[in-house]
Design a protein. Structure first.
Length: 690
């Protein structure tokens, strides 16, 4: 017995502290546990009768990065003066960090508690023992740091070679050669590939997630131990799958770092993402990917650009504003914001008011969004028009694939559900029929599996019937390609898709307002580096958003001389004109326009009084063909009105009674041809005499 152990130490209880650093050691290093528990016998030999074993911290590290409930309880009892000795097989079991080690030594010194290991007894009140305990604590901490450093360096070197595989992500398995291979389950492969196909089609993580939720499709996931199961997808699971370089065939390691903080006196671990340039290893083409490395990089770029920043417009959404996030103020350089006003929030307006909101600066510019969007749309359509036929064919294929993807995914789910039902049936058949406790549960599982099969079969039937009922044909898509303007302006066209097309072609649009000229000046910065200036007339004060253009009113005034309101509406629609509120023309709307501008309605009496004729009537009046009259108009021999490019010609009776008209009539009746019009630039066969 050591002379450092006094009677008052033996009167108090002794605590034996047992600890191992990891769950693996607890499971496999059983001899170490036996040696630590054997210290009870040593304490009995030293004279203690009351011995408490504290083994709450088995599987907990003493590096100071985790909370140890057993160690804290032991220190608390020492502080109360109830403990005469604290013992461990080695003093490193108590702590391997200076903070907790010095705390234990200091508390034991104050209350006069000795520390015991397998070799000796330490009295913290003695300076020599306190010095020795301090050295041992520092050596224990240094030893742990050295081991950790060597282990981390070895892991990093292995990772730099692409050979460190801890767990395989969803969709992959580890081979015997410690390489990633695709999961042999075809259902898993097709589900992951479907995620990437839908992202290419829809353009955002959220829209991809909503598509899976709409069709009630599940995605594979796995537990930390690698057990695969299927569940309803979440935004986080889809985002991690889409942005992970692993699915592009790359090996990546060191994407995050562990940050240790103390909150409330306790250590807290936080994982923080590192910038890509700080990753420890990134090796493209390390294994077979679900997509190519180039496509993986493109997806990362799209996801990054979907975030709204000062320089990026963010993802295209469902709002009507075609240029949301693309307009920049020429005066202050800030992005313009979009506002929807009106009783139904359908009136679009672009404003630059961030300076006023943030710093009280004067407002820059603001203007209506409809005419600006229409002007930019015309520029975009002029660019994409040559590829309209090819785009229509691709759209037809995408439509077919869009429906086939959902049905194919359901068919894979059906195959898996049928297998589960067959497996449940085999388990039920193999059970002892007399053991109702077992067979009853197996029967319930079998019924649930069969119910799952019926649900999926019904969903496949519904999806197939809907496809046959609503699927457009390739011929219909090709027909739409010839009417690209109509398709683009159709209210049923997807606004987010149109925005994606615009953002594919346009980097940004710099906007300004010239009040003196009454124009909105737009400078389009195309992705190829070219710039195009577009000037849009600004709505004058006193005119509302539903005001019809003055030139269109004049055209209606002329057409009313020879056409009724129904025919005028057809001509306006054929020329692609809309009302001031963007609607198609109808007979009632033409009537309202005439009434507002006090334009007389058509009648045979008014037509006769004003002496207006169309091309056919003028030809009959001159008793010549309509083609002859048209050629005379083109040659300038006859004066005529043509208010709309795809509409009727208007000729006045007085013009048809003029000398030019009579000479035309006489020439036509004699069978003469209209002489060719000489041109100054036309060469002849006359030689110069000089």
């Amino acid at each position: 017995m050591s002379d450092k152990i006094r009677p008052h130490h033996l009167e108090r209880k002794a605590i034996l502290y047992v600890r191992q650093s990891s769950a693996y050691q607890v499971t496999h290093n059983l001899e170490s546990q036996k040696l630590q528990y054997a210290m009870q016998k040593h304490l009995h030999q030293l004279g203690w009768r009351e011995i408490e074993v504290v083994d709450d911290d088995l599987g907990r590290s003493a590096a100071g990065t985790v909370v140890r409930a057993g160690f804290e309880r032991m220190v608390a009892e020492v502080c109360l003066g109830k403990v005469g000795a604290v013992a461990a097989r080695e003093v490193s079991r108590f702590a391997r960090n200076s903070r907790e080690w010095q705390q234990l030594v200091e508390v034991c010194r104050i209350v006069d508690t000795v520390l015991i290991d397998q070799e000796t007894v330490y009295a913290p009140r003695q300076s020599n023992d306190r010095l020795l305990l301090g050295l041992k604590g520092s050596l224990n901490e240094y030893e742990l740091d050295l081991l950790r450093q060597r282990s981390v360096e070895a892991r990093h070197e292995k990772a730099k070679r692409g050979e460190l595989l801890i767990t395989a992500p969803v969709g992959y398995v580890k081979s015997e050669e410690q390489r990633l291979e695709k999961n042999p389950d075809r259902r898993v492969q097709e589900a992951i590939s479907l995620v990437f196909r839908k992202f290419r089609e829809l353009g955002t993580v959220r829209q991809t997630l909503l598509w899976f939720l709409e069709h009630e499709l599940q995605l594979p996931t796995q537990t930390p131990r690698g057990v695969l199961f299927w569940r309803r997808p979440s935004y986080r699971s889809v985002y991690r799958l889409i942005t992970s370089p692993v699915y592009g065939g790359a090996y990546a390691y060191g994407k995050t770092e562990d940050v240790l903080r103390y909150e409330g006196g306790e250590p807290r671990h936080r994982s923080r993402k590192k910038p890509r340039e700080q990753w420890l290893a990134l090796i493209p083409h390390a294994h077979e990917g679900y997509i190519s490395w180039e496509e993986s990089e493109n997806i990362r770029r799209i996801v990054r650009e979907n975030v709204i920043t000062v320089e990026q417009p963010g993802a295209a959404k469902k709002g009507a504003g075609l240029l949301t996030g693309l307009l920049r103020c020429r005066r202050c350089g800030r992005k313009l914001t979009v506002r929807y006003t009106g009783s139904q929030h359908e009136v679009l307006r672009y404003t630059c008011n961030r300076g006023w909101l943030d710093h009280g600066e004067p407002r820059c510019i603001a203007f209506g969004g409809v005419p600006v969007d229409d002007s930019i749309s015309k520029q975009v359509l002029a660019v994409v028009q040559p590829a309209a036929i090819e785009a229509a064919l691709l759209a037809s294929e995408e439509q077919i694939h869009h429906q086939d993807d959902a049905i194919a995914a359901l068919e894979r789910d059906l195959e898996a559900a049928r297998y589960a039902a067959q497996r449940a049936q085999r388990q039920y058949d193999a059970a002892d029929p007399e053991n109702r406790l077992v067979t009853g549960e197996l029967e319930r599982r079998w019924n649930l599996a069969l119910q799952r099969v019926r649900e999926i079969e019904n969903r496949i039937l519904s999806a197939t019937a809907e496809e046959q009922h609503t699927a457009p044909t390739p011929a219909e898509f090709a027909g739409l390609a010839e009417q690209l303007d109509q398709v683009w302006n159709d209210p049923r066209s997807d606004a987010s898709l149109k925005k994606r097309i615009v953002r594919t072609l346009i980097q940004e649009v710099v906007a300004d307002v010239e009040s003196s000229a009454g124009e909105i000046v737009l400078v389009i910065h195309w992705k190829g580096g070219l710039h195009t200036e577009v000037r849009v007339p600004r709505r004058r004060r006193g005119y509302n958003n539903g005001h019809t253009d003055k030139a269109l009113v004049e055209a209606v005034s002329l057409l009313a001389n020879i056409c009724n309101d129904d025919l005028i509406a057809g001509v306006l629609n054929r020329n692609g004109h809309k009302t001031g509120r963007g609607n198609r023309w109808t007979k009632e709307r033409v009537t309202a326009l005439r009434s507002h501008h006090k334009i007389p309605c058509y009648s045979p009496e008014n037509k006769e009084a004003k002496e207006w004729m169309n091309l056919t009537e003028a030809a009959a009046f001159l008793r010549v063909s309509a083609r002859t009259v048209r050629l005379a108009i083109d040659a300038g021999e006859l004066q005529a009105e043509h208010p709309l490019s795809d509409g009727p010609w208007l000729l006045n009776r007085q013009e048809l009674m003029s000398g030019n008209a009579q000479r035309l009539k006489l020439r036509a009746h004699r069978g003469g041809r209209r002489p060719a019009i000489p041109s100054e630039n036309q060469n002849d066969l006359q030689f110069s005499s000089t």
